[in-house]
Write a protein that binds this ligand. Sequence first.
Ligand code: HEM
Ligand SMILES: *[C@@H]1O[C@H](CO)[C@@H](O)[C@H](O)[C@H]1NC(C)=O
Length: 492
Amino acid sequence: MLHFLWDSITLQTFLISLFVFLLVADYMKNRNPRNFPPTPFRLPFLGHIYLMDFKDPAVMVRKLSKRYGDIFGIHMGSMKFVMVNGMRLVREVLINQGDKFMERPDFPIDEQVFSKIGLVSSSGHLWKAQRRFTLSTLRNFGLGKRSLEERIQEECQFLGDVFRDEQGNPFNPQLKVTNAVANVICSLIFGNRFDYHDEDFQSLLKLMYEMTVLHGSITSQLYNNFPSIMKYLPGAHHTIIKNWRLLRKFMQEQINKHKEDWNPSESRDYIDSYLLEISKDHDSDTFREEHLMACTLDLMFAGIETTSSTLRWALLFMAIHPEIQARVQAEIDAVIGQARPPALEDRNNLHYTNAVIHEVQRKGNVVPFNVPRMASEDAYVDGYFIPKGTGIMANLSSLMFDKNEWKTPEHFNPEHFLKDGKFWKNEYFIPFSLGKRSCLGELLARSELFLFFTSLLQKFTFQAPPDTKLSLQPMIGIAMAPKPYKICAVPR
Ligand code: HEM
Ligand SMILES: *[C@@H]1O[C@H](CO)[C@@H](O)[C@H](O)[C@H]1NC(C)=O
């Protein structure tokens, strides 16, 4: 009896000491360095997961910034992040000290896919080389030149046709718009567009969309926080990993086709140009097929959902504000008329329309907290110490909704971008971020937004379906998109 009691006490003591040991280890490991930005109370083992609102992450951080001000720390799993708000600090981390915050953190969920290669998550020399190559290649295939503009105009025509097929009845524009935007990127990458009725391609787009939504899901957030446990549990993270495999397979087929009929003296598209670079780059590790794969999928991921969500916000705002829509149409009719398609040149003469597109991007706010960066060396921001390896998030919406800069920050109001009836750009408008690592596709995105938007409004009036109230509720994923909705495109 006594023997048994003794045994159980030692077991208990052992368990308690183990627990205390783990608690201390957890504390030591996650302890903030001296002078780190103010950080909310952190639960042992669980960190800040209790602060997350999985329906609307913006809510959790809204509470935090109210309490902690323009710069504060937050723990996600084993990684520390610093969030900065407001023009002064956002410029400080993206521009003035931009070189110290030029890297990206690794999220466990994305590590399953590529870590540290491609365009979005690479760093240092590798990132510089991939980015420079991609920018110059996009330029060669006509970014800012005529040929790409024509390609987009052609796609506008196709998109108009499938909208017309709906005969003014309510429909969800999501897949069609996404297909159109994807076609522009696909023709740059591998010289192909896909018909809107191509079921294989549509299912690929659905996979991509599913992934962006799943990224906001509870289980994939938990995975980012506790990868070693979640690996063994069911949930969305497995779907994300499975979908990546399918997307890679699709891209591998495109790459293989290009390798078969490759002609080094004549590059047709991005893949051809990259293959040429690989053939020139025998000795170094910079241009390799695995990196080509990562770059192409990065372009699709970064370029499709962001642009498509913005266009879906645009249609929604037009249906909700018929008087604004009518003014856009009147301007298009006066400047372009109905006889020819809109061209990029027209932008300089379409002041109101241009202001509306900017306001759609401001209010749509599709990348509210920027894509996370990481400190590549120790740094000081606003007197606080930010050690190497800390994640940095720049709250882009803190500029685009700044109460002191915009007349009605919470309301859709094209006057934000007009002065004396002329288009006027506000420096607090930063949907593509700032500095050397800002959006690589900005020029392409702005061309697409302008041409798709004006050509749709040239042809259609967008209206809520009868007896329906359209909602501006956002949906959280990689990009902040409007919730799926149905709309009527009434031919003009
Ligand atoms: C409305 C559409 C778009 C928005 C709002 C948007 C926004 C952004 C933002 C905020 C970033 C993060 C920049 C930073 O870290 O400071 C980014 C990065 C990036 N975007 Fe876009 N983007 C859009 C369209 C596109 C398109 C069409 C492409 C494809 C050509 C593209 C390709 C990229 C790439 C490759 C990066 C990573 C750049 C790097 O890490 O060097 N984006 N974008
Ligand atoms: C980001 O900025 C918006 C607009 O000012 C604000 O409501 C929100 O609380 C900020 N979020 C964070 C994380 O600081």
